[in-house]
Design a protein around this ligand. Structure first.
Ligand SMILES: Nc1ncnc2c1ncn2[C@@H]1O[C@H](COP(=O)(O)OP(=O)(O)OP(=O)(O)O)[C@@H](O)[C@H]1O
Length: 318
């Protein structure tokens, strides 16, 4: 039998199952209780429970008819906003099933739409608000045009705490009969950076290989550098030994094929474990921000990572 994907198997079924977003969940529960819902805008990083919460609202509000009264669309549908609007139109055309007063349209990745497409979406929202409520989801609310934001109640989902990710992983590991050491769970938490989807997927990838899982398995399987190695790299650079640091970087990142994005994230986190003056910390964070931006804009990853190390190496020489 093909094994089920755990992020589906362990998808929250009700709002109470959504971990680590207590304040938001409490407020969403009050809508369910009242039986009414404004348009909502969920914003926050990936894998923290935005979709899971939208589905849970529908399940709790509509009971056995939730599936008929709920649809999930992706705003970044490559065929464009017209396809999305047509799907909305088709869904909105029929009356809600059961006792429901309205249907719910969940629109993921709303920030992928251009401003023009968002204006079109806004008109669509107005047109169908009689029998539909919209829940828009996005990573960055700043990319959503003001007229849409002002029509929605905005909920900011947080990156999940280490504690919330640890507990959820422990629960899944026990349910799956896995033997995961605490340092293995800590490694998963480190790798996930508050993204539950990534945490659960990494656990499943490790479990696919072996039932006894420790930190080594996790770092290997997720192609992540050990935090101590990153720490050592940064320390070497800070001590001014650029050539040594460059060699370490090369072994760590390029030989193992790690993604520059992940490495930058790891370096960023390593900074806060160092004994730095305020000014040094500011300069280093500023440099990380700059390099992160350049990589996101498509600059050569190898050169940019080396430039970052060079920056660190110069810091105490100035
Ligand atoms: N807060 C959470 N509590 C429990 N499980 C979670 C939580 N967040 C995410 N998960 C797990 O990760 C999976 C993906 O989460 P979800 O689809 O809700 O993320 P999202 O915030 O909508 O992300 P995206 O912005 O990428 O769409 C869920 O099916 C569930 O297994």
């Amino acid at each position: 039998m093909r094994e089920e994907i755990w992020i589906e198997k362990y998808r929250p079924m009700k709002l109470d199952d959504v971990f680590g977003q207590d304040e938001t969940i409490e407020r969403l529960k009050s809508y369910v209780k009242s039986g009414n819902l404004p348009h909502l805008l969920f914003t926050g990083p990936p894998g923290v429970g935005k979709t899971a919460s939208a589905v849970s609202i529908a399940r709790e509000m509509f009971g056995e008819f939730w599936n008929e009264n709920f649809t999930e669309l992706n705003a970044s549908d490559e065929r464009g906003i017209d396809v999305v609007r047509n799907k909305i139109k088709t869904f909105a055309k029929t009356a809600p099933i059961g006792n429901a007063a309205f249907k719910i349209i969940f629109l993921d990745e709303a920030d992928a739409l251009t401003s023009d497409a968002q204006s079109a979406l806004r008109r669509t929202m107005e047109r169908y608000s009689g029998n539909c409520r919209f829940i828009l989801s996005c990573n960055y609310s700043s990319k959503i045009i003001e007229p849409i934001q002002s029509r929605c109640a905005v909920y900011r989902f947080k990156s999940l705490s280490d504690d919330a990710v640890f507990k959820r992983l422990k629960y899944i590991a026990d349910a799956e009969g896995l033997n995961v050491t605490d340092d293995g769970l800590d490694a998963l938490v480190y790798v996930a950076r508050g993204d539950m989807r990534k945490a659960v997927n990494s656990l499943q990838a490790a479990a696919f290989i072996q039932k006894d899982i420790d930190r080594e398995t996790i770092y290997k399987i997720t192609a992540t550098a050990h935090p101590e190695e990153i720490q050592d790299l940064v320390n070497t650079a800070l001590s001014g030994q650029f050539k040594d640091a460059r060699e370490k970087l090369s072994k760590l990142v390029f030989d193992q094929g790690l993604s520059a994005d992940d490495v930058i994230g790891q370096i960023y986190r390593a900074l806060f474990k160092l004994d730095l003056s305020d000014v040094e910390m500011i300069k280093m964070v500023d440099a990380v921000g700059e390099i992160d931006f350049r990589i996101a804009e498509g600059a050569n990853e190898k050169i940019q990572l080396e430039a970052l190390i060079a920056h660190f190496a110069l810091l105490r020489k100035q």
